[in-house]
Design a binder for this molecule. Structure first.
Ligand code: FES
Length: 142
């Protein structure tokens, strides 16, 4: 990859990350909320996420009681998915990159349904069931 293509790929990745809103508070920084953030916590095995906190049905979620961030997305059929951003290969962090989710440790790539499109991971991302209850998503994480 030459310099020009490297820079273009980097800009596309940054633009994709900027388009995904991060919601929720950080456990280590509970008093320093970003504008528009919502304090979230798992209660009785369920994480409640206000739909309004997502941008076009998409968002990164971290919450007290969750070991890993979740990628929440709304499919074309109107249903929501909650993907765990923890690589099944060796536990690396997985992040959105364009239309894919990428593990930064060894380069596994997953589609937006969490299925592996490029290894070394042999397994897809873990998902949690999501129910819509009015204007809140209920993600069963336990
Ligand atoms: S830990 Fe993700 S590809 Fe190895």
């Amino acid at each position: 990859m030459d310099r020009r293509h490297f820079l273009l790929a980097g800009c596309k990745a940054c633009a994709a990350l900027a388009a995904v809103p991060a919601i929720a508070s950080l456990e280590s920084c509970s008093t320093a909320k970003a504008a528009g953030s919502t304090a979230l916590a798992v209660e009785n095995g369920v994480l409640s996420i206000p739909v309004a906190s997502l941008s076009n049905g998409v968002g990164l979620v971290s919450a007290k009681g969750l070991d890993n961030k979740l990628y929440i997305s709304k499919g074309t059929d109107g249903t929501y998915k909650a993907l765990v951003l923890h690589c099944p290969h060796k536990g690396g962090p997985v992040k959105p990159s364009g239309d894919t989710l990428v593990c930064s440790w060894h380069g596994s790539i997953f589609d937006m349904d969490g299925k592996v499109t490029k290894g070394p991971s042999q397994q897809g991302l873990k998902t949690y069931p999501v129910e819509v209850a009015g204007d809140v998503l209920k993600v069963r994480v336990a």
